[in-house]
Design a protein around this ligand. Structure first.
Ligand SMILES: *Cc1c(COP(=O)(O)O)cnc(C)c1O
Length: 383
């Protein structure tokens, strides 16, 4: 089939199965409030859990960084793009999280690709949680290593897979807090089985870092587990963008020598590093923000008990309401939009078929009446 026909057919299937993805133009995003296509909504679809994208100190740090260093790094970090701002941010992250080294990446997607590509060779195997993020699973699929998926958050299922013989090394991959379900991985048990089998553990804590654990150090710190490879991302609670790998010195040197994602890609702008340093300071002193977020989560969960749709067992900022069919999830999302609440519907293939959902996210920026209003709109929609 020719490309033009293939494209046409794929688009038709996408439309007919209510999977069509549509971008909307945001004209104003203040974490709590969102203006989309000229309409103002109370916003319940942001991963900016602490509201730091709007924090004056973070904004000022980016502005000052840009004034002194310009807006771009100008080259890969291996050429002349690695500045003192990068070095200081890496050192601060490593010290904060108790690792020898931190390496910056332009995004979490890139970091996961880079690390998994580099480690997994033909004789190795990757054992990933069934619900691991697309950036982890795609990376694994594109290596010559074997990929096996264990049942979501079931250490016994992982243990069974680890018991099978393997000529090479085993890389176990999971998340701290799962992006579409909001539940936490049982990291102690996962780490225990991994260690017993002599494997390495990679934890992607995109949704835990900044939000949970002492000083916001994330899911691993909270569960007292130190994975061999920790990925944190800066597009969520940090309110900015980018990512870092935390690891020991030999791994960091190996990644620096061989990672094409670092060698052949322009480094993060130095001013962004300055902003991230400021965001890190806010996170380290962010107990009040984290407490407000927890109150908002508790308020929402307490109010949602009577809704007809099952609320997933999540104590995180991600509170998914499972609707089932794609069209029904879209209809509920549209109904909430009419009432002035923006909540995105998440459909397959992002989530398993038949579990289309509203992925409601709470932030420290929400006020009690925002949450009460959302609940009222949901009860109205339930009829
Ligand atoms: C968002 C996310 C990523 C991707 O991070 P970006 O920095 O947005 O590219 C990776 N892993 C998980 C679990 C995520 O939720």
């Amino acid at each position: 089939m020719a490309w033009s026909q293939r494209i046409e057919q794929a688009l038709r299937v996408q439309r007919d199965s209510a999977r069509w993805r549509q971008r909307r133009t945001v004209t104003d995003n203040r974490v709590r409030m969102l203006t989309l296509d000229g309409q103002r909504y109370r916003h319940f679809s942001s991963n900016d859990y602490l509201g730091l994208s709007q924090h004056p100190a973070v904004i000022a740090a980016w502005q000052q960084g840009a004034s002194s260093a310009g807006v771009g790094a100008g080259a890969s970090g291996h050429v002349t793009g690695y500045s003192r701002d990068h070095a200081e941010l890496e050192a601060a992250l490593a010290a904060w999280l108790g690792y020898s080294r931190a390496l910056l990446f332009i995004s979490g997607f890139a970091a996961n690709q880079a690390v998994i590509h580099l480690l997994a060779e033909k004789q190795d195997r990757i054992l990933a949680d069934k619900l691991a993020h697309a950036s982890l699973l795609d990376a694994a699929r594109h290596t010559p290593a074997m990929l096996r998926r264990f049942a979501h958050n079931q250490p016994q299922s992982l243990a069974r897979l680890l018991a099978a013989p393997c000529a090479g090394d085993s890389l176990v991959v999971t998340e701290g807090i799962f992006s579409m379900d909001g539940d936490s991985a049982p990291l102690q048990a996962v780490a225990h089985h991994t260690q017993q089998a002599g494997g390495w553990l990679l934890v992607d804590d995109a949704h835990g870092i900044g939000v949970t654990g002492e000083q916001g150090r994330g899911s691993c710190w909270q569960q007292q587990v130190k994975p061999d490879l920790l990925i944190i991302t800066f597009g969520k609670a940090f309110g900015v963008s980018g990512a870092a790998l935390l690891c020991d010195t030999p791994v960091a040197e190996y990644v620096l020598q061989f990672s094409r994602h670092l060698i052949y890609s322009t480094a993060m702008p130095p001013a962004q590093c300055t902003a991230l340093r400021a965001a890190l300071t806010q996170i380290q002193h962010g107990d009040a923000l984290r407490a407000r977020l927890q109150e908002n989560i508790a308020r929402f969960r307490a109010g949602a008990v009577g809704l007809p749709w099952p609320l997933m067992a999540s104590s995180s900022a991600i509170q998914p309401l499972v609707v089932g069919e794609n069209a029904a999830a879209l209809a509920l999302s549209a109904r909430l939009a009419q009432a002035g609440y923006w909540v995105s519907a998440i459909r397959p293939p992002t989530v398993p078929p038949g579990t289309a959902r509203l992925r409601i996210t709470l932030t420290a920026a929400h006020r009690p009446d925002d949450i009460d209003g959302l609940l009222e709109a949901l009860y109205d929609a339930a009829g």
